[in-house]
Every structure is written in structure tokens, then in C-alpha cells.
Design a protein around this ligand. Structure first.
Ligand SMILES: O=C[C@H](O)[C@@H](O)CC(=O)C(=O)O
Ligand SMILES: [Zn+2]
Length: 276
């Protein structure tokens, strides 16, 4: 499992484009028939992708975790970004259609991932944080989530935000997770931007065609930088960083957070007049 370290905001602006990408960008999560996990020091985040073909893929328990099973001390959120598939946990098999999600509580048996059709494989996106208690595992159907309309076409940021794992709906120790889909013709996510001192955040951009990219902006509001992201790629956002992007084509993204406060609205809005 790849291990990524923390970066001080003062050092952030000295990074070359290559170093910036090395520190904050995860690529190659969704390779057919494989699983890929990364560990980020910030909030002890684990991010991964699993793309089963004909064979079942059992989630590994990387040596870095020094655990008997992946969920021994962790909770895990999963959203299926591909075709239909299933996640088997002990005796229970959870069928996940495209865009369905699953929360697995601390102490869950090691999950096994499969695709219904190898020609249209499931793409399981995984996000995990340490957990101090066990909350019930639960499926979240995309079709049953009432989307929250945000932004406006006139400012190019009309989008629908779907909350999957939030307190009161799916209780968790620290994980908060969901999916945002841009309206046709709108390009901006999370603009005006914000930071949140009490949480870090991870974005996985998806539903982009091969010609399209998202220009993702990160950094302190007073010193932003951009990274170019493509379909299925992930960008890490420390608590001091904004996380916003503009796509050259239609897209969605999974957002997920870990930290000490699960209140979705606990954000420090970055004044638009101060962005640089
Ligand atoms: O802290 C919250 C996160 O940045 C995302 O939920 C923002 C987002 O999905 C959006 O504005 O579209
Ligand atoms: Zn945020």
C-alpha cells in the first residue's frame, strides 16, 4: 500500500507540478481485475479502488495496518462507480447497482467484491478511517437519496449533491461521504470554495469521458494551485486547502471526509475577494 505523508502549507507553494501531483494525486485506482489502496497520514485515511472481472477480489489487509482484518479498527465507505456488482461480508451479500453505496462498521468481516458482468465491471471506490465504535453496516441506494440542488446555471455551478453517509442517515465514527453531479452546461464544483479545519477531504472524479479533464484547485485561499485530473483519479485535500474544480466536460465526483466534526456545514468559507 502506497503511503503518503503530510505537507506543511508554507512548503506547498514551493512544489513543482510533478511534486504537487506526487503529494496529492492518486492515479490508477481502477485497473480491471485489480485492487489498489493508498494510505494518507492526514486523518489516517485509506483510499482505494477495486475493479473485479470474473474473479472475486478479497480486500487485502496491508501490512501497514498491522491488523488481523481491514475493519479491525476501521470503518469503510464504498460507492460503486461502475456496472452492477456485489460485496459479500460474512454471510451477507450486498448487491450494489451503479452509484449505490455501502457503509461497513468497525469489526466487519473482510469484504469480497464481485462484478455481475465482467464486460461492464463494477468499480468499487473505497474510503476508510479509524473507528472507535461499531455502527451498523448499511446499504444506500442512489435512487432513494433526495438530491440537494446547489449553485446556479448563471454562475456555471448548478449541481446536485447526494449525501450517502451522514449522521442520522448512516451513523459512523468519522466518515462522511457522498456524490455530486454537475448539471449539463455547468462546470464548477464547490465554488465559492471553503476549507474545514476540523476535517480533511478526498475527491474522486468520475463519469468523465476520455477527452475531458477537471482543473482542480487546491491550496490556501491566498495561494491556490491547480492539478489536472482525469476519470477515476483522486485528489487529497488537507484541512488548510480549498478543494474546487472546473471540468471541460460533464462529470461527477465522490467527496468524503474524516476528522473530528461530522457536521456537514462546519466549513470556513473562503472569501471570493481574497482568492489568489
Ligand atoms: O465539505 C463538503 C465538500 O467539499 C463537498 O460536499 C462539496 C460538494 O460536493 C459540492 O460543493 O458540490
Ligand atoms: Zn469541503
Amino acid at each position: 500500500m502506497r503511503h503518503l505523508h503530510d505537507v506543511h502549507p508554507d512548503d506547498f507553494n514551493c512544489l513543482s507540478t510533478d511534486k504537487l501531483r506526487e503529494r496529492f494525486l492518486l492515479q490508477g485506482l481502477f485497473v480491471p481485475g485489480e485492487q489498489h489502496l493508498s494510505y494518507w497520514d492526514v486523518d489516517r485515511t485509506v483510499v482505494g479502488g477495486i475493479t473485479p472481472l470474473d474473479a472475486v477480489i478479497t480486500l487485502e489487509t496491508p501490512a501497514n495496518l498491522a491488523a488481523g482484518s481491514f475493519c479491525e479498527r476501521r470503518e469503510l465507505g464504498i460507492i460503486n462507480l461502475g456496472g452492477a456488482g456485489a460485496v459479500r461480508v460474512g454471510e451477507t451479500s450486498y448487491e450494489l447497482a451503479a452509484k449505490d453505496g455501502l457503509y461497513l462498521g468497525r469489526g466487519s468481516a473482510t469484504p469480497e467484491f464481485s462484478s455481475s458482468d465482467a464486460a461492464q465491471p463494477a468499480r468499487f471506490y473505497l474510503l476508510s478511517y479509524p473507528a472507535h465504535a461499531t455502527h451498523p453496516s448499511k446499504v444506500v441506494r442512489h435512487a432513494e437519496i433526495e438530491g440537494l440542488r446547489l449553485g446556479d446555471q448563471s454562475t456555471g455551478n448548478a449541481r446536485t449533491l447526494y449525501k450517502y453517509i451522514v449522521p442520522g442517515k448512516v451513523d459512523s465514527c468519522q466518515l462522511v461521504m457522498g456524490l455530486t453531479t454537475l448539471s449539463v452546461g455547468s462546470v464548477w464544483n464547490t465554488m465559492p470554495p471553503h476549507t474545514h479545519m476540523r476535517r480533511s477531504e478526498v475527491y474522486c472524479y468520475c463519469e468523465l469521458d476520455s477527452e475531458s479533464v477537471v482543473m482542480h484547485f487546491m491550496g490556501p485561499p491566498s495561494g491556490t494551485r491547480n492539478l489536472v485530473l482525469r476519470d477515476g483519479e483522486v485528489v487529497l485535500s488537507p484541512s488548510w486547502s480549498i478543494h474546487a474544480g472546473a471540468g471541460t466536460g460533464a462529470y461527477s465526483f465522490v467527496w468524503g471526509m474524516g476528522g473530528e466534526n461530522q457536521d456537514f456545514d462546519d466549513m470556513d468559507k473562503a472569501p471570493m475577494t481574497a482568492l489568489a
